[in-house]
Design a protein around this ligand. Structure first.
Ligand SMILES: Nc1ncnc2c1ncn2[C@@H]1O[C@H](COP(=O)(O)OP(=O)(O)OP(=O)(O)O)[C@@H](O)[C@H]1O
Ligand SMILES: [Mg+2]
Length: 234
């Protein structure tokens, strides 16, 4: 681990991202600096187009930056090959999307079990199912374990997606507008689960444009026009 990032779990330095489109280049991130300590619950707060999803996709290794460096848990992501990055994401990053992205043909429990094959820690089907049930129980939806996603509510689907993100004991959770497709009461209930996870020590980066939801985090980091504008704490 380098000196600059010691103590920090997630460290972005001068990260840029340029998308090439037919209409020309779009600078989605213009030198983003961000440091997140272990156990922090950070809300990445900014208006539509500010660069929230772009940043989430970079810290989860779904996409690569155009410039700058990203170091997570002592690992520089730019040093990893595509294959290594995919494996790193499967083991270290828990990702939650607005649209849940559950497999419709699998039960809720099976969706939570799916990433476990990847990490090789929960090997037998029995161990995987027991782990899935305990994660679903922690999210208070164990009764839904054997139903398919289509047969549970939107808020329950998102809780299944959070349980899936936790399946491999990731070193952090990144959630991109995880309540964006939910009503406000359900959204608050989902954020309450993030608050609970954070209190238990899970590091969380939550992208949102909703100030009420952002206020539930332990720190709000504001992003504007591809730059982190909130001054970083000393
Ligand atoms: N795949 C892409 N190709 C080209 N431009 C993109 C792509 N993805 C995002 N952009 C552009 O990059 C900028 C940042 O987009 P991003 O999706 O990161 O914003 P956001 O903060 O997540 O917005 P929202 O709140 O609407 O989800 C925008 O100008 C957007 O149009
Ligand atoms: Mg977005």
């Amino acid at each position: 681990m380098s000196d600059r990032s010691s103590g920090a779990l997630i460290c972005l330095r001068q990260v840029t991202k340029v998308y090439r489109t037919f209409a020309g280049a779009v600078e989605a991130l213009r030198g983003a600096d961000l440091t997140i300590e272990t156990g922090e619950f950070v809300a990445l707060f900014g208006r539509s187009g500010a660069g929230k999803s772009t940043l989430i996709n970079l810290v989860t290794g779904i996409d690569r930056p155009s410039g700058g460096s990203i170091e997570i848990g002592g690992q520089r992501l730019e040093a990893l090959s595509e294959e290594q990055l995919t494996r790193w994401r499967g083991r270290k990053a828990g990702v939650v999307f607005q649209s849940f992205q559950l497999m419709p043909t699998l039960t809720c429990a099976q969706n939570v079990m799916l990433p476990m094959d990847f990490a090789g820690r929960y090997v037998t089907p029995q161990a995987q199912y027991a782990r899935a049930r305990s994660l679903l129980e922690a999210l208070e939806i164990e009764e839904q374990a054997d139903k398919r996603p289509a047969d549970v509510s939107g808020g329950q689907r998102q809780r299944v997606a959070i349980a899936r993100a936790l399946a491999n004991d990731p070193i952090f959770i990144a959630a991109d507008e995880p309540t964006g497709s939910l009503d406000s009461v359900t959204a608050q209930a989902i954020v309450a689960h993030f608050v609970k996870l954070a209190a238990a020590g899970t590091t969380i980066l939550l992208a949102t444009h909703d100030p009420e939801l952002a206020a539930r985090a332990t720190r709000i980091v504001r992003i504007e026009d591809g730059r982190i504008v909130e001054p970083e704490r000393p």
